[in-house]
Structures are given as structure tokens and as C-alpha cells.
Design a protein around this ligand. Sequence first.
Ligand code: PLP
Length: 368
Amino acid sequence: MISHFPTAHINLSALQHNFNVVRQHSSANILCMLKANAYGHGLIPIAQALHEADGFGVARLEEALALRAVGITQKIVVMLGFLTHEELELFFQHNLDAVIHSEFQLDLLEAFTEILPLPLAGEGRGEGFNIWLKLDIGMHRLGFLPKDFAKVYQRLKQCKVISELMLMTHFPCADDFTNPITDVQIAEFFNITKNYSDKKSIANSAIILQHSVASRDWVRPGIMLYGASPLNYMSADNLDLKPVMTLSSRIIAIHELPAGAAIGYGSTWTCPEAMRIAVVAIGYGDGYPRHVPSGTPVLIRGKHLPLIGRVSMDLITVDLRGADEIEIGDEVILWGEGLSADLIANHADTIAYELFCRLTSRIKFIYN
Ligand SMILES: *Cc1c(COP(=O)(O)O)cnc(C)c1O
């Protein structure tokens, strides 16, 4: 039998628990965000486990088609929308909702309206597109500026091919509650759209947790479903979120080294005394961040022990002082249950979102 070391255990009951936390904060419809392979957790198994979701949000058309291909029937919203006429046809065929963020998409949609036979003769579906009109209230990435909203809205309303229109936006600073701009931007969105009865959607995880009143009619939780904190001032624990992914590997060697022995590439860490170190089978080739410094914790037999020296492609090294019971073959948790991904992300100067997304195909996923 071949040993397989780095493993991501995906706890589907923790996922369900976090979904219920969304429910506690908001009575809106829930669009579970599954972009980037469900934040690295596995697109299909996560979608299938979230059977109470009212819909799913993905970034790209390919992700939506992969969900339809395995029989997912819920609403699927493609955040980047479509780029070409051919893509628009696929949206129509597979009953996918599109976010419209730019004028060229409006042109495509109008042209599509003209070539479609009316009433629409889709296979088993007599409806048209569901369109999510994206407003840019300050992110300045995708979306229409407030000054163009009324004009764009009129054009969309005249497209006979549209069956439901949703109004949405996405805020840049929602994770930081010391920044008053988010309140201003929420107010601005509702002010611009107040005379429009269409359904509205403004809330990612950070908004859901801090502004439940404004979180209507569709909320779009991402990171909170996976059990990491979207807020820079509050831990996942304090938000009652449970880690879904536990990333682990095993100790494959233990050494007794003398004082003065330097560890790993660049010899960046030197043993201050005679001591034991463990070598663990995980590295940046698995997606563990190379930039974490010495002192970043790992969890072995319930103990937080410091990583020492540089992270290499397949291996890391750990200071075993004060942990004489630890042996070759022991499991090492890199993040997850007992060691929050947010903490490791802090050490890596990034966010848990990125840690999850950049795990490589060498990781074995186990769902239970
Ligand atoms: C990714 C994304 C979300 C979810 O954000 P989280 O911070 O992970 O909750 C919501 N809306 C849009 C448009 C997104 O792209």
C-alpha cells in the first residue's frame, strides 16, 4: 500500500452547521458561493451537500456547466456573466442566471432578443433569462455606475427575453467594521434602487454577519460557509462558525540535532540547544504557504508546536521541544479543527480564502 500524506478532511456537518448560521442571520434566499472549486473544498461534493441552498453562485460559465452536468437543478448565477453570443446561448440552454456588469453585455442581450422566436421555444422552458444587474457602488471593478443605472435598467426592461431582474452590488470594505464607508454605500445602493420593486442582493458573508437587516432578498455567503471568519476583528469561533476543511499530513522523520544545527534552505533557523525536530510531509507543492515564518503553529497530538526554517516544496520542519511523546507517523494538522485557518493566514500575510483556494491536486480529499 502506498502512503498518502497530505489530506484535506471535509466535514460536511460543519458545512451544514455554517449554512444554518447564515439562516439565523437572514431570512433571505441563500445563494451559496461555490466559485474557485467551492473555495478549494470541491465544487461538486459541496454543491451536493448544500441541498437546502436556494441557489449557487459561481464565477465562470464552466463552473456552472459542471454543476448542471451532474444534475444540480437549483438556480445558478454566473458572477462574471457572458463574453460572447455563444456563451449567451449556453446560458439560455442550461437555464443559468447571468450577472450583467458592462454595456457590451447589454448589446449582446438585445441582439439575442431579436433572433429568438417569441414566445420563447426552449426545451421544456417557456421562460427567458434571469439577469442580475450589477451596480458599482465603490468597488470600481465590475458594474454600472449609479449615473448610468436608470438608462441601463430601461434597456433591460425592454429586452423581452428577460424573465426576472435582480439588482445587486458588492462592497469593498465590508470586512472592516471600523470603516464607516460600508454604511454609506449600503444606504446609497438602497437609495438608488428605492423606486424599483425588483429583488435585491448586496450581502456577502461580512454583510450578512454585520448588517442582517440590509441582507435581502438574496444573500451570497461564501467564506462563512467554509467556517473561516470574513471579519478582520472577530474569530470564526466567536461567530459560531466551524471549520469545514482540516488539512493534515504525517511526520516522516524525527532527528536529534545538536546546538548550532541550521535547518532547511537558506539555513534561516538554528537550533539554540540540542533538540528534537520533526520533518512533516507537506510543503508549498501542496499549497501550504511558503511565506509563513518560523514560529507558525502546527498541531500535533493536541499541542501547538512551531514550524522552524523555510517551507520547502514537499516538507516542513517542526520544533519538538517539550513534546517528547511525539513519534514518526503522527498526524500533523496544518489548519482546521483545533488550529484556525485564519490564524495561519495571518502568519502567511494573506486570508483564509487564499489558503483554501490554492491547495494543489496532490492533496487527497476525504468527505464525511
Ligand atoms: C465571492 C463573492 C461573494 C462571497 O463573498 P464572501 O466574502 O466569501 O462571503 C459574494 N458576492 C460576490 C459577487 C462574490 O464574488
